[in-house]
Design a protein around this ligand. Structure first.
Ligand code: FES
Length: 318
């Protein structure tokens, strides 16, 4: 489903930590904002024309405003730089309606793990769980205290006793993940967001400790979806038998469109799931952030905007 766009006004702009900008947004027309669930993000149209996804980090119970945390990425493609340099208090900016690819699921306990700017969806989850009286434990790993976004908010929150801070430059605060995992109550679901290396560390440690994929939930940053190699492959449309060649330098979605097969697209970065197609045979090379680990393992669905194929041909159903 394609997201709706609407205007919001920047009612607060402040540094939440070193290189992290906090923006608080309200509806430009003074009305209400669409409700959202913890873990949701919005697309933000930046003044330089780029569109980037940012998680909502306020409590879902505060639908009258949205809060974003935006990390300045000096080696990025200019999205965060435009946000930091060009957006001022009082400005009107355009955002999409919230979408949630990282929702909380009912569980007896939640283990929330954030690395760096990955704290943004985790913070909203903590607010939501606390408001519902649901038990959880939060671990926030960051290079140094000055880079810990929303640190005061975490320290002053009613759920502060559930928050554990870990700083790279303070070895005594190091996250002892195997011990943390082993101490979780039966049925705990794990949620992790942060840089790719952090997510890989958490998921590999959890898998090695016997956690099933169905209880591990993660959200990667769009800029960190692995590129992998780009071998050509073919897509066969089930029913018609049409075979479409996907060249090494084009996406499957582009090849399909060039062949007259139009599929709905939105983010084109493997985030939203709008383009997801059913796969009848062949093994997709999943490069999206939309499918869960179990869905990836099933290999019966793929996102042609960014994913490719491990096998020479994928047979898909439109
Ligand atoms: S268009 Fe968003 S995942 Fe493909």
């Amino acid at each position: 489903m394609t997201a709706a766009w609407f205007d919001v006004r920047v009612v607060s702009r402040a540094l939440a930590a070193r290189d992290i900008l906090s923006l608080v947004l309200e509806a430009a027309d003074g009305g209400t904002l669409p409700p959202f669930d913890a873990g949701a993000h919005v697309d933000l149209q930046l003044p330089n024309g780029l569109v980037r996804q940012y998680s909502l980090c306020n409590a879902p119970a505060q639908p009258e405003r949205y809060q974003l945390g935006i990390l300045l990425e000096p080696n990025g493609r200019g999205g965060s730089l435009s946000a930091h340099q060009d957006i001022r208090e009082g400005d009107t900016v355009r955002i999409s309606s919230p979408r949630n690819l990282f929702p909380l699921v009912p569980a007896p306990h939640a283990l929330l793990l954030a690395g760096g700017i990955g704290i943004t969806p985790i913070l909203s989850m903590a607010e939501d769980l606390n408001a519902r009286g649901a038990p959880f434990e939060l671990h926030y790993c960051v290079r140094s205290p000055d880079r810990a976004a929303f640190r005061e908010r975490l320290q002053e929150a009613p759920f502060a006793p559930a928050v554990n801070m870990h700083f790279d430059d303070l070895p005594e605060t190091m996250l002892l993940l195997p011990e943390v995992l082993a101490a979780q109550p039966v049925g705990t679901h794990l949620y992790v967001c942060g840089p790719g290396g952090f997510i890989d560390f958490v998921t590999s440690t959890a898998c090695a400790a016997g956690w099933p994929g169905s209880r591990i939930h993660l959200e990667r940053f769009a800029s960190e979806v692995p590129a992998g190699d780009r071998r050509p492959f073919e897509i066969e449309i089930a029913g018609t038998g049409q075979v479409i060649a996907v060249k090494a330098d084009q996406s499957a979605a582009t090849a399909l469109a060039a062949a007259g097969v139009f599929i709905p697209l939105s983010c084109e970065q493997g985030i939203c799931g709008t383009c997801a197609m059913e796969v009848l045979s062949g093994i997709p090379d999943h490069r999206d952030m939309y499918l869960s680990q179990d869905e990836r393992a099933a290999n019966d669905c793929f996102t042609p905007c960014c994913s490719r194929a491990h096998t020479p041909r994928l047979v898909v159903r439109l």
